[in-house]
Design a protein around this ligand. Structure first.
Ligand code: XIL
Length: 357
């Protein structure tokens, strides 16, 4: 996963004989890939997902619906044709992993991770600490600070430790801020206090010192109080030497909430200047059915994918799902790069144009 920050762009034009030979081989591989996909790939875009890594582009990821993915149908084929990384949509949330107070249930998540390893797909763990999708037994209980802190430490240590060596990156804290940039009220913030963020990162690091640790958040894509507050939070964490490696920009966008390329590059560069990796973690673009909606959607995807490509710190571009058949927003909003029938939309061509070689 680790990539030297200045490789992209910097070395592009300095090709020696060996590099040319490698490029020629890769070119052949692409051609073979294109031919193979011409028959079986329903998107109409024949590009091998591994080429992105070879060309030092950001990895392409998608959140997946595990029930659909495990059924070896067209959903799985479409995913494998284009993506090298997955984020489980629900299977690693606390309500899924901790259904009871005294034990963890890793069965579904283990099956998913085993499938990913078998298919050479990286798993991005999502998410250890969030204010939603918490088990009822946890939210209903009256907690003292030491008891909840001890539980959270035990939980993070057990989960990250369980997947050590198999899950290389984690959304440790999800959505810690309000729209105004204040600490978001949650059971964690209320009972433990704001420093649950730093504590959680430290515990995750303790359980797997090699894992890439993320804070993940929405509505950071434009300058404003929330992205400024996130900048201050991350700067402070870095100053205190709290182990945080990355910020995930969720990028749940629409024609009404969309950054310009300049706005997005401004915020991304500021986070990168803190020494952080800056990924796009959950992109989707909800649109209506008016004329031109899909072209407008493609422009928004192009802006974000282009900003990611231009910044070496942006190492992964993940959408929240990949086909309109399966999206938390409802198929009617058509937010993803492939249609419900699995055809490539203008949005996919925009992403591919920016991120595939
Ligand atoms: C969503 C899932 O996609 C849904 O299936 C679930 O019912 C609710 O959560 N931001 C996040 C994700 O960080 O975890 C959310 O996923 C979408 C918004």
């Amino acid at each position: 996963m680790a990539r030297a920050p200045d490789i992209r762009g910097g070395s592009r034009w300095r090709l020696g004989g060996l590099e040319l030979a490698i490029l020629f081989t890769l070119g052949l591989a692409v051609l073979v890939g294109v031919r193979e996909f011409a028959g079986g790939d329903d998107s109409g875009v024949g590009v091998d997902r591994r080429e992105a890594a070879a060309a030092n582009r950001p990895a392409l990821g998608a959140a997946v619906d595990w029930d659909r993915l495990r059924g070896a149908g067209s959903y799985q084929r479409l995913f494998l044709a284009h993506y090298s990384s997955l984020t489980p949509e629900n299977e690693m949330k606390m309500d899924a992993l901790a259904p009871t107070p005294d034990g963890l249930d890793f069965r579904e998540a283990d099956e998913l991770v085993a499938w990913a390893i078998d298919h050479e797909v990286a798993v991005h763990g999502h998410t250890l600490v969030w204010h939603r999708q918490l088990p009822g037994w946890l939210t209903e209980r009256r907690w003292t600070r030491p008891a909840l802190r001890a539980y959270l430490k035990r939980y993070i240590t057990a989960v990250v430790g369980h997947f050590r060596g198999r899950v290389a990156s984690w959304d440790v804290v999800n959505e810690p801020l309000t729209g105004g940039g204040a600490p978001r009220p949650s059971i964690w913030e209320r009972v433990i206090g704001e420093d649950y963020v730093a504590d959680s990162l430290r515990w995750a690091h303790g359980a797997d010192p090699h894992a890439q640790l993320y804070v993940n958040e929405f509505d950071l894509e434009r300058p404003g109080p929330k992205s400024a507050a996130m900048y201050r939070l991350l700067r402070e964490l870095r100053r205190r030497q709290v182990p945080v490696d990355a910020i995930g920009l969720q990028a749940h966008l629409s024609p009404r909430w969309r950054p310009t390329g300049r706005e997005l590059r401004t915020v991304m560069r500021r986070y990168a200047d803190l020494g952080l990796r800056v990924d796009i973690s959950e992109m989707d673009v909800a649109v209506g059915h008016e004329r031109g909606a899909l072209a407008e959607q493609a422009r928004i995807y192009r802006t974000v994918a282009g900003a990611c490509r231009r910044l070496a710190a942006c190492e992964r571009f993940t959408t929240w799902g990949f086909t309109d058949a399966s999206t938390w927003l409802g198929s009617d909003r058509r937010p993803l790069p492939f249609s419900a029938g699995g055809a490539a939309k203008p949005a996919w061509h925009a992403i591919a144009g920016e991120l595939l070689p």
